[in-house]
Design a protein around this ligand. Structure first.
Ligand SMILES: CC(C)(COP(=O)(O)OP(=O)(O)OC[C@H]1O[C@@H](n2cnc3c(N)ncnc32)[C@H](O)[C@@H]1OP(=O)(O)O)[C@@H](O)C(=O)NCCC(=O)NCCS
Length: 309
């Protein structure tokens, strides 16, 4: 799914005075000003940086709408503008006679100041703290639990990876091409080692401490650094099912994701008939978000809901 918030409306008194305020005092860019009728124009502005949400300057058309001008959120801060340099913007805005109702202050998440737009809507101006340091998965973060060692994948795992990726029971609910030869497994290992080297994902080979062969795998991938989110994946060879091995590995991987990588949330995507997988997600407090495509469910675990067993 790819949805994004494209535009929000600010109710204004007059198009030209609003355009003048946003473009001259806040240095926003005027993207569109199209006449729709004698009384209505389609006026879109946006802050000067790349991406983000546009603002539709919507002229109030009746009493009800006029009553909301400058007070769209009943006194709460309405809009949150991120900047790469709060001090620069704060000084420019003061020079442009923008009224600040809260002076810049340091918060856990960054520096914030609150200003009023021309109608009185409150805006947070925020310079976020670097949320996450660059990931560095070298040396590989090996994880150890009571019974298990979660180590880096190696070329000698090709046999077990071939079994995993060709086994009908393991593959039943996983949407991927079935491995046909050992060469497929070898290529997969190279791809994972490369992704780990490029700090794009973590793929752990799950092994029992009493044996060195791979019993299965856990991974954190689809890593979004800006939002500090990732997706978890897992699979075990059938001989290792029903022993609590996935649960033990899951705890170690979630702990690493939340405590060391500081993720805000970790998602999992699962076929709705994959009962064993759903059981382990629910046991670990993942919450069902919904069906993201036919028969495919998305679960999310927020950092605050993670139960360390
Ligand atoms: C998903 C998968 C990893 C779950 O494996 P699992 O072994 O069922 O999961 P757990 O480690 O949580 O084990 C739980 C079971 O072991 C039992 N168990 C036995 N000893 C245990 C112990 N010491 N501790 C905890 N549980 C134990 C539990 O009672 C539970 O049994 P139940 O399923 O009958 O309720 C496995 O089914 C699999 O590899 N499936 C194929 C790949 C796949 O679909 N991956 C997920 C894609 S979204």
């Amino acid at each position: 799914m790819n949805q994004r918030l494209a535009q929000i409306a600010i109710v204004v008194n007059d198009y030209d005075e609003a355009i003048a305020f946003y473009t001259q005092k806040l240095n926003f860019i005027l993207i569109e000003d199209t006449v729709l009728s004698e009384t209505k124009r389609w006026v879109v502005v946006k802050p000067a940086g790349e991406g983000g949400c546009n603002i539709l300057l919507a002229k109030a058309a009746n009493e009800e709408q006029r009553s909301r001008i400058g007070n769209q959120t009943g006194g709460r801060v309405f809009l949150f503008m991120h900047t790469d340099d709060l001090k620069r913007d704060y000084e420019n805005m003061l020079a442009n006679n923008i009224e600040f109702v809260r002076q810049p202050s340091e918060e856990a998440y960054g520096t914030v100041a609150v200003f009023k737009d021309l109608y009185g809507n409150l805006w947070d101006l925020i310079q976020q703290k670097e949320k996450m340091t660059e990931f560095n998965f070298s040396p590989f973060p090996q994880l150890s639990t009571e019974r298990l060692l979660l180590r880096s994948v190696q070329t000698t795992d090709a046999n077990e990876i071939f079994l995993l990726r060709s086994d009908d029971k393991v593959n039943k609910y996983i949407d991927r091409p079935k491995a046909k030869t050992i060469e497929d497994a070898t290529q997969f290992i190279e791809k994972m080692l490369n992704n780990i080297k490029n700090n794009q994902c973590l793929w752990w080979a799950v092994t029992l401490k009493t044996e060195s062969v791979l019993a299965g795998a856990f991974l954190l991938w689809n890593i979004n650094k800006e939002n500090a989110t990732a997706e978890i994946g897992y699979e075990l060879l059938p001989a290792y099912h029903g022993k609590g091995i996935a649960q033990e590995a899951m705890q170690a991987v979630l702990k690493f994701g939340f405590d060391s990588l500081k993720f805000n949330s970790i998602a999992a995507v699962v076929h709705k008939e994959n009962i064993s997988s759903i059981k382990i997600l629910e046991r670990n407090n993942f919450e069902l978000k919904g069906e993201i495509e036919s028969n495919v469910l998305e679960y999310i675990l927020l950092a605050k809901d993670f139960n360390r067993n």
